[in-house]
Design a protein around this ligand. Structure first.
Ligand code: UD1
Ligand code: UDP
Length: 366
């Protein structure tokens, strides 16, 4: 029996790692330790609670207004201490956050093998998304096992010189999460919308969008609902103070825009499944939309979710007010053919068995 430490700190990491925690614990072959860095607080806790995962350790690092370097330094130092005390045989990190990078780096320094879940996503533009593209590339440098969601992601890693025998195509665990939330769990929020209304789900939080870009996105949403009287928009406002201030300023009092606290993952997945159109700069939501087949405008200039762009369910519209508004306006027009061609569910990110595939690999390699 080996000791595996699974590290998470933000909402998307909890959503994507809880299914793996469940899978590994149900197999009972290894001792599973869950470390929360607490990079997020309310948003992380609500995702953990939805999957009934209770961290064994919580560093509680979140402070309002902290810089990237402060969070990185705190997580590296505290993870190092914990690794010294707990001595796991493997550390698993997910994705591209400060938590994943800093905890992975601490494990590397202690020469503990690192497994990277969702490995090989790339835009190859170091500041887009920022700082996530750097984190992904850096984690790939020190990770020992790379769990790629798709063949495209694996090819990126092979091109960068990784040994093929260390890169495993598993699907994305976010589809496992969707399977659990939509089939096993009941949403807390009873979503209801006026008869005949089309539902837009809007989210924005990326660091490179702070300031003028996010304000343009919010103005685009305002124009969309003002132009289409039979549209209701739901906007769960990310806890980041930068996002909150801009949202309050531009959308307060706008009819048919429901600005709400971020719902827990079960309710949020049920909302996505009901949505007619999604406007987002989120990474995870691009994958969920692809699985569900909900037409999605990606409010960014580049995306590492190239598979979803290829199938057509995602459209890259950039961050300008005009680009976002005009594309949404076109798609919402009566009988839009373009809209119908986007509305296709697909299994490009897997069929909800990624956690099992990762657990199978771990049984072989550690
Ligand atoms: C982080 C990740 C980003 C990921 C996003 C998911 C980094 C550098 N960024 O961005 O990759 O897409 O999470 O949502 O790792 N806050 C709260 N409560 C919460 C969460 C956040 O109050 O539950 C506020 C705090 O003031 C905090 C701030 O939001 O300081 C920013 O949080 P941080 O984790 O630094 O960055 P995010 O923008 O959330
Ligand atoms: N999510 C959620 N509630 C919300 C908004 C998002 O549970 O109000 C989930 C979403 O379904 C996805 C994850 O949070 O699984 C994505 O998180 P986020 O967009 O914050 O980060 P990213 O994926 O861009 O790193």
């Amino acid at each position: 029996m080996k000791r595996i430490m699974i590290v998470m700190g933000t909402r998307p990491e909890a959503v994507k790692l809880c299914p793996l925690v469940r899978e590994l614990r149900s197999r009972g072959k290894h001792e599973i330790l869950v470390l929360s860095t607490g990079q997020h607080r309310a948003m992380l806790d609500s995702a953990l609670e939805a999957f009934s995962v209770k961290p064994d350790f919580d560093m509680d690092v979140m402070q309002t207004g902290q810089t990237l370097s402060e969070v990185t330094a705190k997580i590296v130092r505290r993870t190092d201490e914990l690794l010294g005390a707990e001595k796991p045989d493997l550390v698993l990190v997910q994705g591209d956050t400060t938590t994943a990078f800093a905890a992975g780096l601490a494990a590397f320094h202690r020469q503990i093998p690192v497994g990277h879940v969702e490995a090989g996503l790339r835009t190859y533009q170091m500041r887009s998304p920022f700082p996530e593209e750097f984190h992904r590339q850096a984690i790939s440098l020190f990770a020992d096992y790379h769990f790629s969601p798709t063949v495209t992601a694996k090819k990126n890693l092979i091109r960068e010189g990784k040994q093929a025998s260390r890169v495993f195509v598993t699907g994305n665990t976010v589809v496992d999460a969707l399977r659990i939330t939509l089939t096993e769990k009941k949403p807390r929020l009873p979503w209801s919308f006026p008869e005949g209304h089309r539902v837009i789900v809007f989210t924005a939080h990326r660091r490179e969008s702070w300031g003028a870009p996010i304000r343009g996105m919010l103005r685009a949403l305002r124009r969309i609902v003002e132009t289409h009287p039979n549209v209701t928009a739901v906007f769960p406002v990310h806890h980041n103070p930068q996002v909150r201030a801009a949202a309050r300023e531009i959308l307060t009092g706008v009819p048919r825009v429901r600005m709400i606290e971020p719902p827990e993952i079960v309710s949020f997945h049920h909302l996505l499944a009901r949505a007619d159109l999604i406007l987002t700069d989120s990474g995870g939501i691009q994958e969920e939309a692809s699985a569900l087949g909900v037409p999605t405008l990606v409010m960014r200039y580049s995306s590492e979710r190239v598979e979803g762009l290829r199938t057509g369910v995602l459209k890259l519209v950039g961050g300008s007010e005009e680009g976002i508004f005009s594309t949404a306006d076109r798609l919402l027009s009566e009988g839009s053919e373009e809209y119908l061609t986007m509305k296709k569910p697909s299994s490009i990110y897997g069929k909800g068995r990624a956690s099992a595939a990762i657990a199978d690999v771990l049984d072989r390699v550690i």
